[in-house]
Design a protein around this ligand. Structure first.
Ligand SMILES: *Cc1c(COP(=O)(O)O)cnc(C)c1O
Length: 230
């Protein structure tokens, strides 16, 4: 890739704005989260120096090494699966967790957060296509648990997150993004709580996700180039 990381960042920002404009949305309503997993702190610092403040990591252990090596005004999001035995380590590192996918994990995380006097923002991860191999709430289980989730005092529930099935074209992902938005609308209509956030869209499909209502896109390789490992 000939372009610099800073050029890539600029280009992604422009595409976010274009997609928002096309959908008649304000670009402020769609946040860019830069996914820095697998990239060393010095690469992440290049993006931070270009003005990017929020970064996504998928492993607690990797973040433990990286977060302290970078400026402390950055905001860190956990986008990977959260294991119960990592909750206590994860909470002080991450401001936002995108991967809460059971009532049990939510309760436990809420309790530890309260103990640590923290109140993370969370997204409820939904296995929107019902794929067997994927983490995330099934739609039915989320409908069942939703009211209990709202009662947890240690969490600020922002909205829903999904990773749609691998697709050949960005358009293939559109129905899944729309389905997540519709599920969000349905849960909101129960009343009692707004659910403003939709964490959806990655390098291959973020403009489509924005057209379907995404409020935060998680973009890695379009900025850093291809990862050699996951
Ligand atoms: C790796 C990852 C991304 C970013 O993927 P790219 O295709 O590199 O943009 C987004 N979301 C999650 C949950 C990821 O694990």
């Amino acid at each position: 890739m000939a372009d610099s990381i800073a050029d890539n960042l600029l280009e992604v920002r422009q595409r976010v704005e274009q997609a928002a404009a096309k959908a008649g949305r304000k670009s402020d309503d769609c946040e860019l989260l830069v996914v820095s997993k697998t990239w060393p702190a010095d690469k992440v610092a290049e993006v931070a120096n270009a003005g990017q403040l929020s970064f996504g990591e998928n492993k607690v252990q990797e973040a433990e090494g990286k977060v302290p090596a970078l400026p402390d005004n950055l905001c860190w999001h956990l986008i990977g699966h959260l294991q119960r035995n990592k909750v206590r380590k994860a909470l002080p590192l991450f401001d936002v967790i995108h991967s809460i996918d059971s009532l049990k994990l939510a309760r436990y995380t809420s309790n530890i957060a309260t103990e640590l006097k923290l109140k993370p923002q969370v997204y409820l991860q939904v296995n929107i296509a019902g794929e067997e191999s994927k983490n995330g709430y099934s739609v039915e289980d989320l409908r069942r648990d939703y009211d209990d989730l709202l009662g947890l005092q240690g969490l600020q529930i922002q909205g829903l997150m999904c990773i749609p099935p691998a697709a050949k074209t960005p358009e293939d992902a559109r129905p899944w993004f729309a389905a997540l938005r519709e599920l969000r609308d349905e849960l909101e209509q129960r009343g009692g709580h707004t659910l403003p956030g939709l964490s959806m869209g990655m390098s291959g499909d973020y403009p489509v996700a924005i057209e379907e209502g995404s409020t935060i896109v998680r973009v890695g390789s379009a900025i850093f180039g291809h990862r050699n490992y996951h």
